[in-house]
Design a protein around this ligand. Structure first.
Ligand code: RTP
Length: 151
């Protein structure tokens, strides 16, 4: 756990199409996390097969890949204390019906196959996912708060 821990958060095609981008970003901003990288991407099935490689063989895998490639996703990196674990708590459970009200899935989703947002499940996987989705690298943030207020 460190204040520079990073997690990969991705708004899935259903979240984008339902107009939930702003609401999801607001939750991470209001919680205190810092946005390190963000882009709207039309992904491809081969790329998504890499992202979900651990799930290859599951009966829902083909449908998951098709759904994830059905429209653009918002790829993001968020940084802050315990970002991976807290990000998962903020998302809720994989199945929205098991997600507490107040979590993203608990407030905005009903079906496991349309659960609007992804979050890394470990620091190690976050690093892999950030490298997969941002091969160009991410912005190097400095401590620039004063520069937003003073010349
Ligand atoms: P994610 O990777 O998307 O954040 O989800 P997760 O860790 O909570 O769940 P995981 O087991 O990695 O599953 C990845 C995504 O596959 C879909 N899924 N469908 N129909 C089903 O039984 C089923 N189970 C999982 C969900 O969209 C899940 O988020």
């Amino acid at each position: 756990m460190s204040i520079t821990e990073r997690t990969y958060i991705m708004i899935k095609p259903d979240g984008v199409q339902r107009g939930l981008i702003g609401k999801i970003i607001t939750r991470f901003e209001e919680r205190g996390y810092k946005l390190i990288a963000l882009k709207l991407v039309q992904s491809t099935e081969p790329h998504l097969e890499k992202h979900y490689a651990d799930l290859k063989g599951k009966p829902f895998f083909p449908g998951l890949i098709k759904y994830m490639a059905s429209g653009p996703v918002v790829a993001m990196v968020w940084q802050g204390l315990d970002a991976v674990k807290t990000g998962r708590v903020m998302l809720g459970a994989t199945n929205p019906l098991a997600s507490p009200v107040g979590s993203i899935r608990g407030d905005y989703a009903l079906a496991v196959g349309r659960n609007i947002c992804h979050g890394s499940d470990s620091v190690e996987n976050a690093e892999k996912e950030i490298a997969l989705w941002f091969p160009e690298g991410v912005v190097q943030w400095a401590s620039v708060a004063e520069a937003w207020i003073f010349e």
